[in-house]
Structure formats: structure tokens, C-alpha cells
Design a protein around this ligand. Sequence first.
Ligand code: NAD
Length: 504
Amino acid sequence: MTEKSSSEAIRERHASAQARATDDRAFAAWIDGETYETDETVSTYDPVVDEQITSVSVCDASDVEAAVEAAWDAYEGEWNGTSPPERSRLLFEWIDALKGQVDELALLECLDTGKPITDARAEVEGAIDTLEYYASACRTQTSKTIETGDNLHLYTRHEPYGVVGQITPWNFPIWAAAWKLGPALAAGNCSVLKPSATTPLTTIRMAQLSRDILPEGVINVIPGTGRKTGGPLVEHDDVRKVSFTGSVSVGEHVMKSAAEHIAPVTLELGGKSPFIVFPDADLETVVTAAADGIYYSTGEICDAFSRVLVHEDVASEFIERFVSRAKEYVLGDPLNEETTMGPLTSEEQFETVADYVDIGQEKGATLRTGGDRPSDPELADGWYVEPVVFTDVDNDMRIATEEIFGPVQTIQTFGSYEEAMKLANDTEFGLAAGIGTESTDIVHRAAADLEAGLVYVNEYGPILPDAPYGGFKQSGIGKDLGGEALDHYRQTKSVYVNLDDPTL
Ligand code: NAD
């Protein structure tokens, strides 16, 4: 096939998939149970062919106002009086509607983000699993009675905040939306959720699929940009709780805005997570974990294992195997089931990764493989980059300390357990960490010594809704997922009831 014809073929394939995924759909805001058009729109792009998929509403401060008002009306009108079993039933009904559209949602996610279709489908299923966890959790919420003696009945109640503001990033759109909506709704709140302007499609569709199931105004989705839409949401006095997932710099700003009206915040921020290969590790196992940890989702993952620390006794063999594993990734059309790595999500992200590849080389790191665009002419218009491996890296280099958010692995060596821990913890971040070893002693000691909210041993992933997820240090405050997330969306009230001696 000639260069022209192969690039035309992929364009045609994507044009037809885009039409299938978006025809007869309005990608506008979703406010008060209906589609809500705004004056301004922004395009969302398919990063494989760099073409517009569709245009999406941009909400401004007045639209944010309408969404917050609709959410309060829903809360005060119906949702606050809905019993936990009834909330659970409604959430399961919504989940059934989502289950009926898994293929549609996976296709939308694949086109909007560039993720391989198999990963997109798994993430849609992960989102549904998360919602199922919280739909069940509705019915198991308990409070406590505090023993005080016979003259006082002292107990606690958990109450929702009312209306919560939630903001998600572009890298895991539907999954992140489920992490936010699941616990917020289960706890009895109504939500105003702002997805990223880069990848808003599945979040909007998810809300549309709640039509005639959830009461109007329980879920409101306000697509738009950070400044125009996100700013007014977190600044809004009637938003009683803010949950944000994104970068550290924006998280800091969000926290300051929420502080202006004393709204509590949950922050899920960036990372620079280490994976430590001890000398007794099973090399095949740890190569897989370290590769999955940085190359899944083209490295656009908050908890990516972007720093491998390998013991010097096994470093050369590990590096040799890791470099050949990096070369095995199948870069291709994400619509093909065989593709294991798609493009980066946007031109901006592509430029960022290209810059870091240059920065690493300028500072003396050795580029062992990757960093170029693939030679396949079919991929010429997409934001593809071949998986990168750097060695001869140290902690003074920006590639070892800054979040790149792309398929760039940096490998450093260590000589002792203490050195490994020092290197691993020498970062402002603390989202995740990985350990590769066959020794139970090392597993438990390192799991305790690592400053991270999540530790994987001999693997990367999975993420289960059952367990709290969130970072230490500048990787965040509070948790998404697990019972902890539910607690973040509830306030506790203590009730003192005087019990006089009974007189008949
Ligand atoms: P970002 O911080 O640029 O944007 C995140 C969201 O905030 C977007 O919806 C954006 O529109 C919005 N936003 C931007 N400026 C705002 C403002 N002034 N006020 C309110 N909202 C604003 O992050 P991103 O580029 O979308 O996502 C990548 C980042 O997210 C990475 O740092 C990654 O590590 C992090 N992330 C963290 C987790 C986690 O669970 N810890 C998960 C996924 C992504």
C-alpha cells in the first residue's frame, strides 16, 4: 500500500467509526435531566488522525450557576428524601442502562482518547464495576452509638453535603467519572461534574443514559475548559464539597478556591512512581510489571511506574530484557484488537513527550530505544511515539523527577536496600510504588518504608473499587474508591438525646 492510500484508509475507517459513535447524539451539557446547549463550543479530536470527532458545549459561569441550582433543586426536592435502598435500586437501574451500551461507550472512549479498544472496553467495565460497588454500598452504610450510661443516648448520623463539585482529567474519562459519581451519589449527594475539554464524550453519554432513571438534576455534567468552567464551579459558594483529579498545579489552585468558602477538598494528583527491582526478583515477572506500569495507556497514567530502580547485580540483564519488551509493543490503530499502544491523546502531549526526550539526552541520559514516530505510514497523522527507555539516569535530571505523562521509562541502579528506599522516596510525589522481589521480608518492609498511597508487588494494577486509592505527599489529599471515598462525601453529626428516668 502506498503512503497516501494507507493514510486514507485509516482516515476512512475513523470517519466511519466517528459517525457511528456520534450520529444523532448531542454532546452538550447535561443539566436538570436534559441536554443543555451553550453559546460556545469546542472541538474534540481523534488523536489517531488528528481530526475533529464532534464539537462539545463549553459552559460559562451562568451555565455553572444553572447546574448548581438544578442540583440543589434535585437534592431538596427528591434525592435527599430517597432512602438508601431506593438510591441503590436507582443506581443499579442506571448501571443496567450503561451495561447495555458498553460497546458504544468503549468506541467513544477509544476515539476520544486514542486508547486501544481493548483497554477502552476494560475501563468502561471498570467504571461499571465501580458504580456497582457504590450502588451496593448504599445499603451497608452504618453509623454508631456511643456508650455513655443510661441517661444519655448518643449516636452519630451520616449526612450528605447536598451538592458537590467534581472535576476529572482527560486520561481516564469514564473511569474517573465513575470514581467521582459512585460514592457521591451513594452518600446521597447531587453532583455537578466537569470533565476535561479534551475527552468529555463518555462522561456526557453516561449522564444521558441516566435519563428517566435518576431524578432530574441528580447528575449534571458541565463540559468546558478549566478557567471558564472549572473555576466558577470550585468558587461557587453553594458547592459544599470539591473533588478534583488532575495535575498538582491545578490542584493547588482548586484547593485555594475551595478554601475561600471553606469547602472540603479531595485531591487526586500526579505522580512519579518508582518500581524497585530487588536482586532476587523473577526477571520475567518484573519486566512485565515495569513495562505495563509505564506503557499502559501510552504512559498517560497518574500512577505510572515511570522510574525503575534496579539492583546493580541484575541491572544489565533487566535492561536488556526491558528494552526488548519495549520494542514488542504493537503501535497501531486503536480500533484494532491487536494494537497494544495507541497515540498520545493530543498534539500538546506529543510535544511534551518529545521535549522530555530531548531534555534527557541533553543532560547525559542514554536513550536505549524509542522516542521517534513509528515508520508505519498509516500512523503518520497520529500523535504516536515509540516507547522510550532511558538508562544512566540520576535524580538530578528532570526526566527522573518530573511527571512526563507519556511512554518514557527511566532506569537507575542501586546497591543496597537503604539506597533503594532513599531514591524511591526522594520525590515530592507519593502516589504509587512497586516492588519486584520473591522475598516476603522485603515485601513487607518495603511496603511499610515506601512513601506512597498504593503499593504493587510483582505486578502493575489492578485497581479495585473496594480499596482506597489516593496519594501521599503532593500526590493528593483523601481517597477515591473504597469506603474512605464514601466518607469523604458524608458529614457526621453527633446527636445527644437526654433520657430521664422513666416516670409512668
Ligand atoms: P489538569 O490539572 O490540567 O486538568 C484536570 C481538570 O481540571 C480538567 O478537567 C481541567 O479542565 C480542569 N481545570 C484546569 N484548570 C482549572 C481551574 N483553574 N479550575 C478548575 N478546574 C480546572 O490535568 P490533566 O492534564 O487533565 O490530567 C493529567 C493530570 O491528572 C496528571 O498530573 C495526572 O497524574 C493527574 N491524574 C491523577 C489521577 C489520580 O487519581 N491521582 C488520575 C488521573 C490523572
